[in-house]
Design a binder for this molecule. Structure first.
Ligand SMILES: Cc1cc2nc3c(=O)[nH]c(=O)nc-3n(C[C@H](O)[C@H](O)[C@H](O)COP(=O)(O)O)c2cc1C
Length: 458
């Protein structure tokens, strides 16, 4: 088995995957808006040789129950992770940083400038999680009635990426910057090209604001696991976050993404696939189980169900608990309805869905045990499904991460499953090997490198 890739999944808000856990006395997540906490975490992860830390982000919470959302800190308040990253880059040398920006709300020009700036400042350690986000409250925050429907949001994201590739890959030629003080020539204007994009959703005429950064296009991540989401991922993504209830379902999704990538003319190995991992580790199994019981005692069912309503638009508490959870459709995130319908194997009642969700929320694979047992579980899941790595999900900041770094990483290293030292410098090289700083030629973004030619033809 080849070596695993490891990331951490987090968000700048007190609760992440177990609503209520912010109140645990040892949880430092209430300091989510302070730099010292994240700098300590970034340094810890670099000591553990992690590939990256990933920050999810979205607009528009609280959606439909502000009193509960604010009382229990259900994804509210939430701060902007992008503004954290240059400080974390300055505190580390190797760790990668992935953050979220949604084509539903951003504009290609400003978004490309932000990511290029971060790619410069971090010397090539940046990734971008592209989310075709939906949601009425977020839309209203931007002066709109609603976002587009599910499938059209992916069309919008597709076009957003095309405009972004033109800016990031095509606008500046590699040798445009001369930086010659004696000649007083900073950049050669004949090698900086104006992007003219006019599509269904976006229009722009501009050259990219930034000179070429180490990776140009940041490493592209995607996390939608609906049919349309997977097709989008197979076309564009270099890192895919998948979640499935069973090994069989995950294996099928992995195979499906790789098959679709081939159909898009890509090499299936150009995509690294990650699953969420919630690991509770103890020096003995009893100690780990004790920790799990302690964490569970802080759970809030009402807050958990609110996160379900926010992600899907479905209020499970308002439905008949004995009714079958079938014929359900949503224009919001489909992964979270399909998890209980097409990926579930049997028909579930609304009560079963609510109980299951209140227990697991959005967590991925859950492992509880000794460092060896956690490593066994990771190995088994990776071998059975073909995933390339895991995204560690917090219970407590920073205990969960420290336990993993101190106890599980050494076992993975001992088994030859994880790096002992960092070797590559950029995030893309860390995932795909030295020399792969830029998008591969077979990636659809590479087709926009010849803007010089189209510009001249005008
Ligand atoms: C690991 C992971 C990270 C995610 N990060 C975000 C995020 O940062 N912002 C967001 O709005 N949605 C996030 N999501 C949700 C998905 O991007 C997606 O919107 C959701 O799964 C619904 O898409 P789908 O209908 O194509 O499945 C994340 C999902 C997963 C599994």
């Amino acid at each position: 088995m080849s070596q695993l890739h490891l990331g951490v999944f987090d968000i700048l808000t007190p609760n992440q995957m177990t609503q209520g856990l912010w109140a645990h006395p040892r949880n430092e997540s209430h300091r989510y808006n302070t730099l010292p906490l994240w700098i300590e975490i970034a340094k810890l992860l670099e000591r553990g040789k992690f590939d990256f830390i990933f920050f999810a982000d979205s607009y528009g919470y609280p959606d439909n129950n502000a009193e509960l959302a604010l009382r229990e800190a259900v994804y509210a308040p939430v701060a902007d992770p992008m503004l954290l990253l240059s400080a974390l880059a300055a505190s580390t040398t190797h760790l990668g940083f992935v953050t979220t920006a949604s084509p539903t709300f951003e504009q290609p020009f400003a978004n490309a400038r932000r990511f290029s700036t971060l790619d410069h400042l971090s010397e090539g350690r940046i990734g971008w999680n592209v989310v075709a986000a939906g949601g009425t409250s977020a839309a209203k925050a931007f002066g709109r009635e609603d976002t587009l429907g599910h499938s059209e949001r992916y069309d919008q994201a597709d076009e957003f990426l095309e405009a972004s590739y033109k800016l990031l890959e095509g606008s500046w030629q590699d040798d445009a910057v001369v930086r010659d003080k004696e000649k007083r020539l900073f950049a050669d204007a004949s090698k900086v090209h104006v992007v003219r994009h006019e599509g269904r959703y976006f229009k722009l005429e501009a050259s990219h604001a930034c000179e070429p950064s180490p990776q140009r296009t940041p490493v592209l991540f995607q996390a939608g696991s609906s049919e349309r989401g997977r097709d989008f991922a197979a076309k564009h993504a270099e890192g895919v976050f998948l979640k499935a209830p069973t090994q069989e379902a995950l294996r099928d999704q992995v195979a499906d993404i790789r098959r679709r990538a081939e159909a898009h003319g890509r090499d299936p190995r150009d995509i690294k696939i990650f699953s969420g991992l919630s690991a509770i580790v103890g020096r003995s199994r009893e100690e780990a189980q004790q920790k799990e019981a302690e964490y569970r005692a802080y759970r809030s069912r009402e807050a958990a169900l609110l996160t379900y309503a926010n992600a899907t638009g479905i209020d499970l508490d308002a439905l008949d608990p004995d009714a079958p959870f079938t014929g359900i459709s949503t224009e919001r995130g489909r992964s979270h309805t399909e998890r209980y319908t097409r990926h579930s194997g049997s028909v579930q009642t609304v009560r079963q869905v609510a109980d299951n969700f209140a227990d697991k929320e959005f967590r991925g694979i859950r492992l509880v045990g000794t460092p060896e047992e956690i490593a066994d579980g990771m190995q088994e899941w990776a071998e059975a499904t073909g995933i390339d790595g895991f995204n560690l999900e917090r219970y407590l900041l920073t205990d969960t991460l420290r336990d993993f770094v101190d106890m599980v990483v050494p076992v993975l290293q001992e088994r030859g499953l994880f790096r002992r030292e960092y070797e590559e410098s950029t995030l893309r090289e860390r995932l795909f090997g030295a020399g792969n700083r830029r998008l591969p030629d077979r990636h659809p973004g590479a087709a926009f490198r010849n803007l010089a030619e189209t510009d001249k033809a005008r």
